[in-house]
Design a protein around this ligand. Structure first.
Ligand SMILES: Nc1ncnc2c1ncn2[C@@H]1O[C@H](COP(=O)(O)OP(=O)(O)OP(=O)(O)O)[C@@H](O)[C@H]1O
Length: 312
């Protein structure tokens, strides 16, 4: 039986390769298997509305964009029969990389034509939903600073990090992780569903997306001179071996702070308030994943290669 798919394109995501995507989607669709419709998100939050309206009506709703778009579209499909598809055209693409989605658009479209469906967990933080990684601390601070900047892409992001890092001071947080109570000075605290932020920076190397658990990553206060080693350990997936890192797997977490917390959810800046209640929603979202021959595990150079606009 033919499946139905709604493509939601975010024209503002990524590094400017969105033009002609609609044509390419129509050209590469196998219309013996799939009936498609294509729409564009018109403003922040619009992809969520479109996706929520489509939940239960289409077999697949495809997010064409980065982690922000994937979050908006995915959030609209939680606990529905409709699966999330991903055509990764953003600048970080954390969930797409974790799921080993191919990054060439024609290959990613083949995944939508042929892919299989798997259920994944979702993390709920107060009224927000994270499909990938959410948190507070330095990464959240950077997401707030990065929002609204005209210069996008991984290089602009790294530039901002190197400018802000020397000035940044760790903060004190109170947590209850399942039954364990904890107070600590942390550089950042991440709540990870997948293993990586995006661009192959792995904050939770052992995370599994369907284990019903949140990987709570506590990066403690560390001397600034150890930053290069920590950065390398994010890339080579060994941050969990650092003495400045503690990772705890949990179902439920409460985070408290004396003043309202700036946070991020899948890289998008949010404001959490003083208390954050975090819980896992096991297997709450269906996702289209690539069949084995289309899986692409990516290396650290790939994000740079994607900036060269050939081969889409
Ligand atoms: N038509 C639009 N105009 C402006 N912004 C939009 C529009 N549609 C969606 N958005 C917003 O664009 C933002 C960025 O999208 P997205 O995260 O997908 O791309 P990215 O930031 O390039 O990728 P990544 O998150 O992988 O780094 C999201 O916050 C989304 O709400």
């Amino acid at each position: 039986m033919k499946r139905t798919a709604l493509y939601i394109i975010n024209p503002a995501s990524g590094i400017g390769r969105q033009k002609d995507l609609e044509k390419l989607i129509r050209k590469e669709t196998d219309d013996t298997r799939l009936d498609i419709e294509v729409v564009f998100s018109e403003r922040p939050g619009h992809a969520f509305t479109l996706s929520q309206e489509a939940a239960g009506k289409y077999d697949v709703v495809v997010a064409v964009g980065g982690d922000g778009t994937v979050n908006e579209v995915g959030r609209g499909l939680i606990h529905s029969s409709t699966a999330l598809g991903i055509i990764p055209t953003g600048s970080g693409n954390g969930l797409a990389r974790f799921l080993e989605m191919p990054f060439k658009v024609n290959k990613a479209l083949e995944v939508i034509n042929k892919g299989t469906i798997k259920s994944i967990d979702v993390i709920k933080l107060n009224d927000y939903y994270s499909l990938n990684v959410a948190g507070v601390g330095f990464d959240a601070y950077i997401s707030h600073r990065f929002a609204g900047k005209k210069k996008r892409g991984p290089l602009a992001y790294m530039q901002l990090i190197s400018k802000e890092f020397p000035k940044y001071k760790s903060d004190r947080y109170t947590l209850e992780i399942d039954e364990e109570k904890l107070e600590l000075d942390a550089f950042l605290i991440s709540f990870a569903n997948s293993s990586q932020y995006g661009n192959n920076f792995h904050i939770a190397p052992q995370a599994r997306i369907d284990d019903g658990l949140i990987d709570v990553c506590l990066i403690k206060d560390f001397p600034k001179y150890t930053a290069p080693a920590l950065l390398i350990s994010l890339v080579d997936q060994s941050i969990d071996k650092s003495k400045y890192d503690k990772i705890v797997k949990a179902r439920k977490v409460t985070l408290k702070h004396p003043t309202p917390l700036l946070g991020h959810v899948d890289g998008e800046p949010v404001e959490f308030g003083k208390d954050v209640d975090i819980e896992i929603l096991p297997l709450a979202l269906k996702v289209v994943i690539p069949p084995v021959h289309l899986r692409q595990s990516s290396n650290i150079l790939q994000p740079l290669m994607e900036m060269i606009p050939i081969g889409i």
